[in-house]
Design a protein around this ligand. Structure first.
Ligand SMILES: Nc1nc2c(ncn2[C@@H]2O[C@H](COP(=O)(O)OP(=O)(O)OP(=O)(O)O)[C@@H](O)[C@H]2O)c(=O)[nH]1
Length: 811
């Protein structure tokens, strides 16, 4: 029978002392040893070569170790150490069949492997069966004596050895009852124990401290097979629940968890082969360290490959994952509890330190995902805060209250959400992200606050602009003594109104008094600035305004009716009034007078510009022009709109530009006077009537004369109109005469030509109806007269209008 093909037995260490790690791993998987934890037992059998060890094990545990064929003779069949799984015994029990001692194959001196395998069996097994022939008991040259000596010697090489059960299996028992055999055997054992050299610490240590000695006797398999089987079946029962308290196994102090068995065995064999002492507690820790490390690494790798984790990690990079903390905690929990389950039977100190390391590694791995999650929570909370804050402001909530409430609410929202992202395994600090959120919120509030404040300021400034610009301009338009007081009053009213409104609008911001007052004073300054800017603007066009005012006053009477220069008006007085009114405008526009400080700009200006002679006489002693200065005495330069020099220059310009209007008026007045004087004086008219009374009467009595006179009148009138005599004389008598004299003859000629043409055309058109010429001429003359008269009237009317309109334009 070839043992290598057995499904449940494997060559653990070969004859040359090589450890079959691959084979044992495979074996462990087959028997599912790793799942057993500490619930497993290891049995080893030692004994002389061909003493029926394999036969016993196969019968006892249902194994399939190779037995020697009885017909081929007693030669060594078991080389090295074999291992098999005991069939049907609970808990899982492994059995090791060791190479027989005192074998002829290795020679008498080659005890190295024997000792090594004995030490290995003692270090690894809970129960060691010592197979011996019954007839060897009490014999001096017994085959098992060297074996026992070896066992006891190697036992000394184990530090803190656990108590192992040494079960002496007496084969081929004789009729001598066991009760008689056992004391002899125990005596033999004790003698051997006493003869073994021991270290100082164990010199007095009894055998029972190290070994739990048991003795069983079996009938011969060959001769009394039936009895043998019965006895073996009874013995088998003792291996059930061997590790339970009071069971067959020893104290199991050095036992390693089943999953570490293969590694532990390999390491023990390695140490034994290197001929070192075996420190089992240290070995246990070493095995635990290596195995826990392996388990931890395996769990870490399986965590990295975990689908759920990978999905979570991938998702959280782009968006928040609801229930992040719970999900991640549960994945980590599964991983760590798997570790716990597998490492549970290893040394507690090692196990927990490796668990801690695994946990740290896992937390390090998942921390970036947590940071992503916190980042999403932070940005999401910030966005929601902005929305809610805007909404609260739009609903009319006070700025500071809205900022405070929203901040408080959304910070608590963040705290809640970040608590949801926390995992049970770590106490991660989210305060940095929280602080960042707080900073972002504060920055947003500050930005919105600044925008709102500047919006409010702009609104009130705009209101002030609207309230002040137009009225101030109108007030400057009618510049008078009351202008600046009126402007001051208007400014005060509007400023008060704006400040009150602005102040109540600012109340929602809960600003400190100083800042608030600063803002209010800025609004006040703005109002003042508007007035000053308007004043500067108006001062820039003061010349135009002065001219307008002059024209208005000059060309209109006290009822604001356009003035017609009839000759009765006092142009000098009118001019003076108009100029002094214009000067008033100049003096009003010369400086900003928003404070109550009085100045004498007006008097200086009127003295220097309106009445230069008086000024000259007043200042004779000083002989200095009061306007030859670039500043007014009482007015600071910031409030000066027009310096004295500018005023002087403006006045000069003004006078030049208005002079034409005055000249025009004077001319018009003279022309008017002349046009009203064409009739002879009344006394001449009375003398003419008295002296010419007879001639008039004669003419009236004779219709022919009357007709001649009428025709003559028509001719003179026609000449008057044609020559525009009244028009020609408007520019003076001499130019009129000269002009008429040059135009007289051509006009007569053209008049006659027209008459001739008229007569010709009538003769050609209707030769039969030859109307009498006088009648026709009379009609024609009448028409001419009418049209001329009308045109003359129109012309004069147009001239009148033109005249009026020229005056109007001048205004
Ligand atoms: N006298 C006697 N012979 C036995 C007994 N059991 C087995 N044998 C015989 O002993 C011989 C050796 O049997 P194995 O079981 O191979 O002995 P072993 O100790 O495993 O041999 P190695 O592996 O070579 O050390 C076989 O021929 C068996 O038939 C027994 O109880 N009494």
């Amino acid at each position: 029978m070839d043992k290598s093909n057995d499904c449940c037995s494997t060559h653990l260490i070969d004859g040359d002392g090589n450890f079959n790690a691959v084979g044992i791993d495979k074996f462990m998987k087959e028997v599912k040893l790793a799942e057993c934890g500490l619930s497993y037992a290891v049995v080893a059998i030692m004994g002389p070569q061909s003493s029926g060890k394999s036969t016993l094990l196969n019968n006892l545990f249902g194994t399939n170790f190779r037995e020697m064929d009885a017909f081929k003779g007693r030669s060594q069949t078991t080389k090295g150490i074999w291992m098999a799984h005991c069939v049907g015994i609970e808990p899982c029990t492994l059995v090791m069949d060791l190479e027989g001692t005192d074998g002829r194959e290795r020679g008498e001196d080659d005890t190295a492997f024997e000792k090594q395998s004995a030490l290995f069996a003692l270090a690894v097994s809970d129960i060691v069966l010592i197979n011996m022939w019954c007839h060897d008991i009490g014999r001096e040259q017994a085959a098992n004596k060297p074996l026992l000596k070896t066992v006891f010697q190697v036992m000394m090489r184990l530090f803190s050895p656990r108590k192992t059960t040494l079960m002496f299996v007496i084969r081929d028992k004789t009729r001598t009852p066991l009760e008689n055999l056992e004391p002899v055997l125990r005596e033999d054992i004790q003698k051997i124990w006493d003869s073994v050299p021991k270290p100082e610490a164990h010199r007095e240590t009894p055998l029972s401290e190290f070994f739990n000695v048991q003795v069983v006797a079996l009938s011969s398999f060959e001769e009394k097979e039936e009895q043998f089987r019965e006895q073996v079946a009874g013995l088998r029962q003792r291996f059930f629940h061997s590790i339970a308290p009071g069971g067959l196994a020893g104290d199991r102090r050095g036992v390693v968890p089943a999953s570490g068995f293969s590694f532990s065995a390999e390491q023990i064999w390695k140490v034994i082969k290197e001929n070192k002492d075996l420190d089992l507690p240290a070995h246990k820790v070493m095995v635990a360290t290596v195995r826990c490390e392996e388990i931890a690494n395996e769990k870490f790798s399986s965590f990295i490959g975990n689908e759920e984790w990978r999905e979570l990690e991938e998702t959280v990079e782009t968006k928040p994952v609801p229930g992040f903390g719970k999900k991640l905690s549960s994945i980590l929990d599964v991983c760590l509890s798997e570790y716990d389950a597998e490492a549970t039977y290893f040394d507690e100190g090692v196990r927990s330190s490796k668990r801690k390391q695994l946990e740290e590694k896992l937390l390090q791995l998942v921390q970036p995902a947590y940071q992503f999650m916190l980042g999403h929570i932070r940005s999401g909370t910030l966005d929601k805060f902005k929305e809610a804050f805007d909404r609260a402001l739009n609903e009319g909530k006070g700025f500071a209250a809205a900022a405070r409430d929203c901040t408080e609410y959304f910070m608590s929202q963040f705290d809640e959400a970040s608590a949801g992202a926390d995992i049970d395994q770590a106490n991660w600090d989210s305060s940095k992200v929280r602080d960042k959120l707080r900073r972002d919120i504060d920055a947003h509030i500050t930005a919105v606050r600044a925008a709102k404040l500047s919006e409010l300021t702009a609104t009130y400034e705009k209101m002030l602009n609207e309230a002040l610009c137009g009225p101030v301009e109108a007030l400057f338009d009618g510049a008078s003594n009351d202008t600046w007081p009126a402007i001051k009053k208007l400014l005060r009213q509007e400023t008060e109104k704006a400040v009150t409104g602005f102040s109540s609008a600012l109340s929602g911001f809960e600003m400190d008094e100083v800042a608030k007052n600063n803002m209010l004073s800025r609004v006040e300054d703005h109002a003042k600035g508007i007035v000053e800017a308007k004043a500067k603007e108006e001062a820039g066009r003061v010349l135009m305004r002065m001219k307008d005012r002059f024209s208005t006053l000059f060309s209109h009477d006290s009822d604001s009716m356009p003035r017609v220069w009839t000759g009765k008006e006092d142009i000098r007085a009118i001019t003076k009034t108009a100029r002094s009114a214009s000067l008033k405008l100049l003096s009003v526009m010369a400086a900003i007078r928003l404070d109550d400080h009085a100045d004498n700009i007006e008097s200086t200006l009127s003295l220097a510009l309106l009445d230069p002679k008086a000024a000259a006489s007043t200042n004779r002693s000083i002989s200095v022009d009061p306007l030859a200065s670039s500043s007014w005495n009482e007015v600071p330069s910031s409030k000066t709109l027009l310096t004295p020099v500018q005023c002087k220059s403006l006045w000069r310009q003004f006078k030049i530009e208005t002079e034409y209007t005055v000249t025009q008026a004077i001319s018009a007045q003279e022309a008017s006077k002349r046009s009203n004087n064409w009739l002879p004086p009344p006394w001449a008219i009375v003398a003419l009537i008295i002296l010419g009374f007879n001639e008039f009467m004669t003419l009236l009595r004779n219709p022919l004369y009357l007709g001649f006179i009428f025709v003559g009148y028509l001719l003179v009138k026609a000449l008057w109109v044609q020559l525009d005599i009244s028009g020609e004389f408007r520019n003076g008598a001499l130019p009129g005469l000269l002009s008429i004299s040059t135009k007289f003859l051509p006009t007569i000629m053209s008049l006659l030509r027209k008459l001739a043409e008229e007569g010709q055309s009538h003769a050609n058109a209707d030769p039969q109806h030859n109307h009498p010429l006088p009648a026709r001429s009379s009609q024609s003359g009448t028409n001419d007269y009418d049209s001329s008269s009308a045109s003359s009237e129109v012309t004069s009317s147009e001239n009148g209008n033109e005249y009026a309109s020229s005056h109007y334009k001048a205004q």
